[in-house]
Design a protein around this ligand. Structure first.
Ligand code: GAF
Length: 383
């Protein structure tokens, strides 16, 4: 087991007994790019996880080991700052957030690694942030609640990874519940769990294997475009705080002023937010076909209006439409690569995987990795 290997590696490196923590990645049924627009999302924590072995070391230095990369990094706790070592930033960003909250973080040692495929849109970065935040909270007795830990992870991503993400990924990693998706209202931060019945269907992820370097810069650009849209709308409708408050009629009325690009972005967000609410109603009613239609509509919006898809993701969704037993499919996460999420009837899962794998190989000459998203509990200590 990987966690045992990480614990052993910790003992070898640091001759001490660590605290062991697991932090899951996430899927998102629907509600893409709605989180930073004050809207709704419907994610779940899944059984692809990061594992941490952590202990305070009585010295001034933070020593980090990336088990999967065979790389190490060290820095004085009192001098934490962004570095050129990309992976270390997710951890150092968390330390900086504890410090910002008045916590004197002493030296500690950490070995981490996991089973979340990198760049697959399953939020390995949020899992790294949340796992360390949880471990430090335990070791230092800082008493932060799960929501505060999620906010710490998000701020670390903003300030050290320089991606101006919403709260969905960190929230899902910390608040996951086995067998459930969770609808988060990203404005009030109220949330509700929705049971997901795995006897009828499964969520199958198809990893395109595509990772575009422009993903983070385009992500930040989309966020700015949404903010521009709100600034225009607010001049006419001062009650609009975020796109969650806007209507399609208002967008149509101010189309010229918004300009074609910002208008399209805003239309997607307003529609996607309605789709999340509708998907929750359909899920509660057991209407999988209805949920599936919403997934296809979400993909069309992400492709045509938000323009964050790519040919491989479009082809995977297109192939799903002609595969038996599929209720719906869409690209998942920030975009420009990563996975599609597919709602597939239980007795068709095997055939679906076979057909998709062969279609992808034929069209793009590359192997398709698929995973079944089993919904698990959020970050916890491993006993
Ligand atoms: C990324 C971000 F980190 C999330 O906050 C969210 O905006 C998502 O893209 C798109 O829905 O995962």
């Amino acid at each position: 087991m990987l966690i045992q290997a990480i614990a052993t590696s910790f003992r070898q490196h640091f001759q001490a007994e660590p605290l062991l923590v697991r932090a899951p990645g996430r899927i998102n049924l629907i509600g893409e790019h709605t989180d930073y627009n004050g809207g709704y999302v419907l994610p779940a924590a899944i059984d692809k996880e990061m594992y941490f072995a952590v202990a305070l070391n009585q010295g001034p230095t933070i020593r980090l080991v990336a088990h999967d990369l065979h790389e190490e990094f060290a820095i004085e706790a009192a001098a934490v700052q962004r570095t050129d070592t990309g992976w270390a930033n997710y951890l150092l960003g968390v330390v900086a957030q504890f410090q910002k909250r008045g916590v004197a973080v002493p030296g500690f040692d950490c070995v981490f690694g996991g089973t979340i495929p990198m760049g697959a849109g399953l939020s390995s970065s949020a899992a790294v942030e949340c796992g360390l935040a949880f471990a430090l909270n335990e070791l230092l007795g800082t008493g932060f609640g799960r929501l505060e830990l999620a906010l710490i992870g998000q701020a670390a991503e903003h300030e050290y990874a320089l991606v101006k993400c919403g709260l969905m990924d960190q929230f899902a990693s910390l608040h996951g519940r086995a067998g459930h998706a969770v609808r988060l209202d990203c404005r009030s931060l109220e949330y509700e769990y929705f049971p997901f019945d795995t006897t009828a269907c499964r969520l199958v992820l198809c990893n395109s294997g595509v990772k575009h370097a422009l993903a983070s810069s385009e992500y930040n650009t989309r966020r700015q475009e949404c903010e521009q849209g709100v600034a225009v709308l607010r001049q006419h409708h001062p009650q609009i705080q975020t796109l969650r408050d806007a209507t399609l009629d208002q967008l149509a009325a101010h189309r010229a002023e918004l300009g074609p690009v910002v208008h399209r972005r805003c239309v997607f967000v307003v529609e996607e937010n309605h789709r999340v609410e509708e998907a929750c109603r359909r899920l509660a009613a057991g209407d999988l076909r209805g949920v599936g239609h919403l997934l296809y509509a979400s993909h069309a919006g992400l492709r045509d209006n938000y323009q964050v898809s790519c040919p491989e993701l479009d082809a995977l969704v297109q192939a799903a439409t002609t595969t038996a037993g599929v209720f719906g499919a869409r690209m998942m996460g920030g975009g420009f690569g990563g996975c599609t999420i597919n709602l597939v009837a239980m007795d068709h899962v095997e055939g679906f995987v076979k057909q998709m794998t062969s279609a992808y190989q034929k069209q793009f000459g590359r192997a398709l990795e698929t995973y079944q998203g089993t919904m698990v509990d959020g970050v916890s200590i491993i006993r």
